[in-house]
Design a protein around this ligand. Structure first.
Ligand SMILES: [Zn+2]
Ligand SMILES: [Zn+2]
Length: 410
């Protein structure tokens, strides 16, 4: 479920309401567009009923995304959407439950008064606990997990405000008592808010020509229609994205973006598409030309449910021999990129496992596999609507139209 954020415009200070996945934000008052950098560092707080109190903030970690397990003889997946307490304390609930969805949260800024508990459990540990809690498959001693990946993640912190009154700790959202203050571990440290915690924005001017970059609210790749270029944010700067479009004769075609990722995997023997077909034991004629075709994985550059994500990545990766070379031409009727390149790279081993037919033989090799020098190019493939599906012209890979719509609010 999505979280609503109340943010002040970085240009004029007016209040803007946005969703947690929004990147390109337009201010209705001053008209300025800014790109919001919302990474692992984002910090928000639930609104306190009474701001006159001396508040103390309790950190919760928020995870939203898909988790994939390569386990036994199958690839399993599920959606994670949860908050978990980042403190070693029995005083506070383990999760915020539905609270963050039920109210507008606000970014923590350096001027936010009050004290903030320092997270006392490492994020990895908190995530491992969260994944265990929602693990429907239950870890059993006789099962073996070869690989796991977390993709499409939102990783942020949401602070729950509290205050002390008559030695009792109170929840500042509901004013209800949480417990006796003496139960607070004295080893827990606090600090005040920091400038580094503030939300960050960059201007949406094209670094190439100075034109205005364009995109949809949740686009992670912005387009300059003036000099025909694509850009993604890396380390608070826009960097160019190489791209290709496979043109279609069909005027109704909708162009969906994919990260086409090539890599080197030393010692694995996985270099060409032919190597891949042999590794995965695909029932495809091992044509000689496939041994000359470099291997790439085709990963959807948009959020969809984990099942459709694997199916689509699998179908296109297996059928890559049928996809022609594209052209570097303007993207029109393109679907926005809502899954960033770094996330797509996390999916490679899972897609390899998913498309492997000889699972018992190959899965034990996966933990030793290291993929290096990953290079990604954005590739737009034409899809045409047929009843309830969108079908890719060259490969017949299909995606339910509803999955695309649902992925937007995932
Ligand atoms: Zn403004
Ligand atoms: Zn430009």
């Amino acid at each position: 479920m999505d979280v609503t954020i109340e943010q002040s415009c970085p240009s004029c200070g007016a209040s803007i309401v946005l969703s947690e996945d929004d990147r390109l934000i337009a201010c209705a008052f001053c008209g300025v567009h800014n790109y919001r950098i919302a990474g692992a560092g984002s910090r928000y707080m639930l609104p306190a009923e009474d701001e006159g109190k001396q508040l103390i903030y309790v950190p919760y970690l928020r995870f939203k995304g898909s988790i994939f397990y390569v386990r036994d003889k199958e690839v399993q997946h599920k959606i994670v959407d949860t908050t978990r307490l980042g403190l070693e304390s029995t005083l506070f609930p383990a999760s915020l439950g539905l609270r963050p969805q039920a109210m507008r949260i606000r970014p923590v800024v350096s001027a936010t008064p009050g004290r903030f508990f320092l997270q006392s459990i490492p994020s990895n540990t908190v995530f491992a606990q969260a994944a265990m809690v929602i693990d429907l498959f239950q870890e059993r001693g006789d099962r073996h997990t070869y690989h796991q990946a977390f993709i499409g993640e939102t990783l942020s912190r949401i602070y729950q405000p509290c205050y002390m009154q008559d030695e009792q700790l109170h929840d500042a959202v509901t004013r209800r008592m949480v417990g006796h203050g003496a139960r607070l571990d004295t080893a827990l440290k606090t600090c005040s808010s920091k400038v580094a915690w503030e939300p960050r924005f960059i201007t949406t001017l094209c670094p190439g020509c100075g034109g205005l970059l364009d995109g949809e609210r949740d686009s992670m790749v912005l387009q300059c229609t003036n000099c025909q270029s694509l850009w993604q944010e890396q380390q608070q700067k826009f960097v160019p994205v190489p791209w290709q479009v496979m043109a279609s004769e069909d005027r109704r075609a909708r162009y969906l973006p994919f990260w086409r990722i090539s890599f080197s995997a030393p010692g694995s023997g996985l270099q060409s598409f032919g190597d891949y077909l042999r590794f995965t034991n695909q029932p495809l004629a091992a044509l000689e030309k496939y041994d000359r075709q470099p291997l790439a994985f085709w990963i959807p550059a948009f959020k969809i449910n984990p099942k459709a994500f694997l199916q689509l990545a699998g179908q296109l990766t297996v059928a890559q021999g049928r996809i022609p070379e594209g052209q570097n031409r303007p993207v029109s009727n393109g679907y926005p990129v809502t899954l960033e390149q770094a996330e797509a790279v996390q999916a490679l081993v899972t897609v390899l496992a998913y498309t492997t037919l000889s699972k018992e033989k190959r899965f034990p090799l996966l933990p030793k596999l290291s993929l290096e020098n990953c290079r990604a190019a954005l590739t737009y493939l034409p899809f045409v609507g047929q009843t309830h599906d969108l079908v890719q012209e060259h490969t017949r890979a299909a995606l339910q139209t509803a999955a695309l719509r649902y992925g937007r609010v995932l």
